[in-house]
Ligand binder design. Structure first.
Ligand SMILES: *Cc1c(COP(=O)(O)O)cnc(C)c1O
Length: 480
């Protein structure tokens, strides 16, 4: 140990060049090998707290260990003990399958330690964030006045949107927001954070395909106004997580315009469907929203974290977030030079736009259009399969890559409890046997299996074989 007095310029926190290169090479090899093995491994792995306590509990070591050993341990004992969200047969929740240029972009940003908060600190990266946001604006059909920022995900994007909406409404005391009974829990959390109590978050009923009911929305807003409340935002789904439902965005836009209420669309998983022709049609009216949350880490095939918020008039976003303290006075380069920290919560920010930029540059937009379109089509094919099956029934038709169904033999006459018990067992067996990873949900209280098919490497064979296994397991479990 050196005493501070005899300090030289040498840091103890560096590695020799050869070792840096060797370690990086090994890290890359481990990840590439993982990707090669992935389709042959189960889509889910996990362990109990007790198991992991035994293998991972330890005090922080006072002295270091060989870096290669540390790396190998992370790659064998820690990282694989997790869901393989990027597995071609991962149909649960909302899958994410990263492209390699995006993975490398994250590494490059870490290596450059990019501080993407102000133009002064990151001019090139800021310009690229503007460029990528302009691509998104173009895909959506947003005007030049639109702008936004990359965020950690859809939750943060919707939170920032609510701040902008609340400020645009004059930050009223008795604020309310409106969303369908299918809207994501992230929106309720975002409302809580901006100071809107859960009891003032109005859950608007939906129609039989789980789309927000316009009549119910109009009634709720009118009643609230009469009772002295101040509606600050209406939220539409562009792909509700539960069912893939798309709310009537055009009608909502008309309503919000005449009522002068901010329309926020949660397209966290679904908005990039605009890249495919079918998706674009389904999402008609998206461009009329005041703000849109969309997650490149879902249907634009980027590694976590990559979310995005676009606001139709970016000045309203900046009006809500800009604070200019003295110690940041050097960062003001004028209007042309966006400081992304003035558009959201974070000052210190990762340069998330680079992953999208590198992926799109490498593969081209056309390849992404096809990949998104494939997810939509595979879910539709799954629906066709289920409709033709004697063993399965549709619980809600395919929409934006999501399809809900259950095991229920034709003419079985089973009641809801029996079906629920049976389907729970089927789902458990699908996961236990390593066939696939899938999750369940409830649709108006009825238990349903659910596929979300967004992985760019998923094939019809993956989907069909899983459906066949569900039919088979259902019959076996029903007989036993
Ligand atoms: C995933 C998702 C969210 C939450 O986004 P995060 O990226 O997880 O923060 C919100 N809404 C919908 C519709 C989603 O699919």
């Amino acid at each position: 140990m050196k005493s501070p007095a005899e300090d030289t310029a040498e840091s103890e926190l560096v590695l020799p060049r050869d070792e840096m290169l060797a370690l990086a090479e090994r890290a890359v090899e481990l990840v590439v090998e993982r990707l090669e093995r992935l389709p042959h491994e189960p889509a889910w792995r996990g362990a109990t707290r007790a198991d992991l306590e035994a293998s991972l509990r330890e005090p922080a070591p006072e002295e270091g260990r060989p870096a290669l050993q540390v790396l190998e341990r992370a790659a064998t004992d820690i990282l694989p003990v997790a869901s393989r969200v990027d597995h071609p047969r991962f149909f649960a929740f909302v899958p994410g399958s990263a492209t390699w240029p995006g993975v490398l972009a994250d590494f490059l940003c870490g290596g450059h330690n990019t501080f993407q908060g102000t133009w002064l600190s990151a001019s090139g990266p800021s310009q690229v964030e503007l460029v990528v946001l302009d691509w998104f604006k173009d895909w959506i059909g947003y005007p030049d006045t639109a702008g936004g920022l990359f965020t950690s995900g859809g939750s943060a994007a919707s939170l920032d949107a609510f701040v902008a909406a609340r400020e645009a409404a004059g930050a009223p005391e008795r604020a309310t927001v409106y969303m369908s009974d299918q809207s994501h829990s992230a929106l309720i959390r975002a409302a809580t954070i901006v100071g809107i109590r859960p009891e003032r978050v109005r859950k608007v009923p939906t129609d039989r395909f789980f789309r927000l009911d316009m009549g119910e929305l109009a009634t709720a807003v009118a009643e609230d106004r009469a009772a002295g409340f101040h509606p600050v935002a209406v939220c539409g789904n562009a792909g509700a997580t539960n069912t893939g439902a798309v709310d009537p965005l055009l009608a909502m836009a008309d309503f919000c315009e005449s009522e002068r209420i901010w329309l926020h669309v949660d397209g966290a998983y679904g908005a990039f469907a605009v890249l495919a022709e079918k998706g674009r049609k389904l999402l008609a009216g998206l461009e009329r929203a005041d703000s849109i949350a969309m997650d490149p880490h879902k249907w634009l095939f980027q590694p976590f974290e990559a979310g995005c918020l676009l606001v139709k008039d970016v000045a309203r976003l900046e009006a809500a977030f800009t604070v200019q303290p003295e110690y940041l006075q050097d960062t003001q380069w004028g209007r042309e030079h966006a400081n992304f920290s003035d558009r959201g919560l974070q000052l210190t920010r990762q340069f998330r736009a680079l992953k999208v930029w590198m992926s799109i540059q490498t593969f081209g937009v056309a390849a992404f259009r096809r990949a998104v379109g494939k997810g939509i089509e595979l879910a539709e094919r799954a629906e066709e399969y289920v409709r033709a099956s004697h063993w399965l029934e549709i619980a809600n038709p395919a929409s934006l890559g999501v399809v809900c169904f259950r095991y229920n033999p034709l003419g079985s006459g089973y009641d809801a409890d029996r079906l629920e018990a049976l389907n729970k067992k089927v789902q458990a067996r699908v996961i236990e046997t390593g066939t696939a990873m899938m999750s369940s949900t409830r649709l108006r209280g009825s238990y349903s299996l659910r596929f979300c098919i967004l992985n760019h490497q998923t094939t019809w064979q993956d989907v069909r074989e899983t459906l066949e296994a569900i039919e088979r397991f259902g019959q076996e479990l029903d007989a036993s």
